[in-house]
Design a protein around this ligand. Structure first.
Ligand code: FES
Ligand code: FES
Length: 188
C-alpha cells in the first residue's frame, strides 16, 4: 500500500538563466521552441517540440535515465519525479516548453553531490527497484531541502504520491529522518 493519496509532485514556476555557459544543445529549430535550463548543475539549450515532456527531454536528449515511466505517463506512480525549482514535479506531466529557465535535479545529480539521502536509503534498506526508487529519492530530497526536521508522518505525507507494488514503505520514513540528522550534523 502507498503511504497516502496525493503526494507532492506538482507543476512549477519559471525562472531565468543566462545562456553563456550552456553545455549541450540540439539546434534543430523548425517549429520547435527554444528553451534554456539547468540540469544537475549543467546549463543546456534545446529546441523542443510542443508535445515533448520534461521526462522525454531528460531521458532522450540528455541521457538521464532515472526519471522512469511506470504508469504510462498518467501521473499515477511518481516514478518520473524530479525536482524543479525546489519542488518535486512529475516529469511525465510537465511539458518541456514549460521548463525555460528552470533548475532541475534528478536522482543522478543527488547521487553526484553525495547527498546523505543516498547512504541513508542504503543503510535502512529503503531502496527498492530501479523504477520506483529514483522518484522516492527525489521527493525525499525536496522535502529535506525545505524541512530539515521532518517527522516520520511528514515523510509519509510527502511520499504519498510515490507508488511501489513490492513493499519497503516502512523503511522510507526512517531513512529520510536519519538523513535529516546527518544533514544537521547530529549524526555522521
Ligand atoms: S510516469 Fe509519471 S507519474 Fe507515473
Ligand atoms: S515497484 Fe520498485 S520495488 Fe516495487
Amino acid at each position: 500500500m502507498a503511504f497516502a493519496s496525493g503526494g507532492e509532485a506538482q507543476a512549477q514556476e519559471k525562472g531565468n538563466l543566462t545562456p553563456a555557459d550552456a553545455t549541450s544543445t540540439n539546434t534543430q529549430s523548425g517549429c520547435r521552441e527554444p528553451i534554456e535550463l539547468t540540469v544537475n548543475g549543467g546549463r543546456y539549450r534545446f529546441h523542443v517540440e510542443p508535445n515533448w515532456t520534461l521526462r522525454q527531454l531528460l531521458r532522450d536528449e540528455i541521457g538521464l535515465t532515472s526519471p522512469k515511466d511506470w504508469c504510462g505517463g498518467m501521473g499515477a506512480c511518481g516514478s518520473c519525479t524530479v525536482i524543479m525549482n525546489g519542488r518535486p514535479v512529475l516529469s511525465c506531466l510537465t511539458l518541456a516548453v514549460e521548463c525555460n529557465g528552470a533548475v532541475i535535479e534528478t536522482a543522478e545529480g543527488i547521487a553526484k553531490v553525495k547527498h546523505p539521502i543516498i547512504d541513508s536509503y542504503i543503510k535502512w534498506n529503503a531502496f527498492q527497484c530501479g523504477y520506483c526508487t529514483p522518484g522516492f529519492v527525489t521527493t525525499a530530497k525536496a522535502l529535506l531541502d525545505r524541512n530539515p526536521n521532518p517527522t516520520e508522518a511528514d515523510v509519509r505525507d510527502a511520499l504519498g504520491g510515490n507508488l511501489c507494488r513490492c513493499g519497503t514503505y516502512q523503511q522510507h520514513p526512517k531513512a529520510v529522518v536519519d538523513a535529516a540528522q546527518v544533514l544537521k550534523g547530529v549524526k555522521s
